[in-house]
Design a protein around this ligand. Structure first.
Ligand code: HEC
Ligand code: HEC
Length: 474
């Protein structure tokens, strides 16, 4: 054993304190040392990722054809006009397109406007555009396929059926029609990306990646919602996603969005060569600094509280940063289990086998989806900017996260990204008595629960205030 961790576990029911000495690197001895209580955390190991060129990766992210079908560029301009803010400073046709779309050439040469990663992975906060900040306001509360007849009629009217423009739009159209009915969330901001991947996998051959109109299995209707993690924490993580599901080569997971329109394995192999550059770019991103004044004396006090109560799972920050990559069992973390159970149960079973045994799992550079019985304690860099909190975004502020009795059951925010509560740190919100509309987060719904992670509950109000002040600095 090279390292020893002392894990302090307080059972809420009996208030009994167990002190367990658990080795990181030897599963067996963990089991033995920790009996009769099971081990509650698992160290996640990673692999050396492929190298890439970050500057090329950024270009690929904002100009690349990793989604290669969409609305013809001419139709987009005719419908919406040229976009004028050009937040990304892009050139050519892309200067006229909103940041979360890219103008790319479809395989048949037609210029199309396709959605890009920034639909979900960029946002403004406090008036600043932040690359890699999860879009906490994306609206997936309606079935987007209801819009298709309108778009069809528009493109059809402009170019006619059988035109190259119509053809270039088809892969996007088919994928939208097949997936959108399954992507309906209960509240704005809840993201359906996991389900999107699952539905696409049901429609593509695992090896050739060709599209099949009939899904391979009966896809469950329920949506398992998540928040969107920020990109700047990825460099610390040994496995991707909230439950450390994404193992092995990260690029295979970054390619997930390409499943929308990627027509075969030849195109997949070409794209696969470009994603190491994109990964290199993601690894250059840093959290945005807290925009208001910080009380440094109070933050120093808060740091001590963090070291005692939080560091074991979330690591250290500042000059000597370290990150333990610990997966915390459901039994200990107690947060909403639906996502974890979705991967260990039947909900995502087809996708896991499809991925691991098909093109995506193949070496060289295969990825592996590994279901686990808990959530990864995330890096907390830039945590002030990434409300709402927990994997499903059920908690609006850090203060509520650190005091579970204060968490609102129904809460509503404005979705204005400057409407920030700088004291509680997170979104300003109103407490509601029931679900009013799709802006209201209803934590009583399955998958949207706000329970668990009670590690701040025993702190005093002033300790909590100091801890929050420290969290602003990291
Ligand atoms: C429809 C919204 C959406 C789009 C589009 C999207 N993502 Fe994601 N992404 C998510 C969500 C949601 C998660 C978290 C899923 C989970 O952990 O269960 C995620 C997770 C990730 C992560 C893992 C972060 C971590 O810390 O574990 C990376 C990296 C990532 N996405 C990169 C990309 C790239 C690159 C693209 C474009 C090629 C992309 N995503 C497109 C929604 C999206
Ligand atoms: C036993 C391990 C453990 C301890 C101790 C712990 N956490 Fe966590 N923390 C987690 C896990 C696991 C998650 C993810 C839970 C989820 O999303 O369902 C998490 C999530 C969070 C989040 C939300 C992250 C996000 O992106 O939404 C914050 C903030 C946080 N913890 C802060 C703290 C603070 C502050 C402390 C100390 C009072 C603390 N944690 C103590 C394991 C721990």
């Amino acid at each position: 054993m090279t390292k020893t961790h002392f894990i302090l576990f307080i059972t809420v029911v009996s208030f009994t304190v167990f002190i367990l000495g658990c080795g990181d690197d030897d599963e067996l001895s963990v089991q033995e040392t920790c009996t009769p209580t099971p081990s509650f955390t698992t160290k996640i190991e990673g692999i050396q990722q492929r190298d890439g060129n970050a500057a090329i990766g950024r270009e690929f992210l904002i100009y690349g054809d990793y989604v290669s079908s969409g609305v013809p560029y001419e139709s987009y301009i005719a419908a919406f006009g040229a976009n004028t803010d050009n937040i990304l400073d892009r050139t050519g046709d892309n200067a006229n397109v909103r940041f979360d779309f890219s103008a790319v050439d479809a395989p048949n040469g037609v210029r199309v406007v396709a959605p890009n990663c920034l639909q979900c992975h960029a946002s403004t906060i406090n008036g600043e555009f932040v690359m890699g900040l999860g879009n906490a306001g994306a609206n997936f509360t309606t079935d987007q396929s209801s819009l298709l007849p309108l778009v069809d009629a528009f493109i059809f009217g402009q170019f006619g059926e059988g035109s190259p423009e119509w053809e270039a739009y088809q892969p996007f159209r088919l994928a939208t029609a097949a997936t959108a009915p399954y992507l309906v969330a209960d509240v704005k901001g809840a993201n359906p990306a996991d389900k999107l991947a699952a539905v696409l996998s049901a429609h593509r051959d695992a090896n050739t990646l060709e599209w099949n109109e009939t899904p391979a299995y009966e896809i469950p209707e329920q949506l398992i919602p998540t928040d969107v993690p920020p990109w700047w924490v990825l460099k610390k993580k040994n496995a991707m996603f909230y439950s450390a599901l994404g193992n092995g080569d990260f690029c295979r997971f970054l390619m997930g969005s390409s499943l929308l329109t990627m027509e075969n394995e030849t195109i997949a192999a070409e794209l696969d060569d470009k994603f190491p550059d994109l990964l290199a770019y993601l690894n250059t991103l840093e959290a945005p600094p807290y925009p208001q004044t910080i009380n440094t004396t109070l933050a120093e006090t808060g740091k001590v509280i963090f070291t005692e109560n939080c560091q074991e799972c979330h690591g250290t920050y500042g000059a000597e940063a370290s990150f333990p990559n610990l997966l915390v069992d459901l039994a200990r973390i107690g947060t909403d289990p639906l996502l974890v159970n979705g991967y260990s149960g039947t909900h995502y079973e087809y996708m896991i086998n499809w991925f691991n045994n098909g093109w995506f799992g193949q070496d060289p550079n295969g990825g592996q989806l590994v279901s686990r019985n808990g959530y990864l304690a995330q890096p907390l860099d830039g945590i002030w900017a990434t409300a709402p909190y927990l994997h499903n975004g059920a908690v609006p502020t850090l203060e509520d996260l650190l005091n579970s009795s204060q968490r609102p059951t129904f809460w509503k925010r404005s979705f204005n990204t400057s409407d920030i509560d700088y004291e509680k740190v997170g979104w300003n919100y109103s407490v509601e008595t029931s679900k009013v509309d799709t802006d209201t987060y209803d934590t009583t719904k399955e998958g949207y629960g706000n329970q668990g992670h009670t590690f701040g509950d025993n702190l005093t109000t002033s300790e909590r205030t100091a801890l929050i002040e420290y969290l602003k600095t990291i």
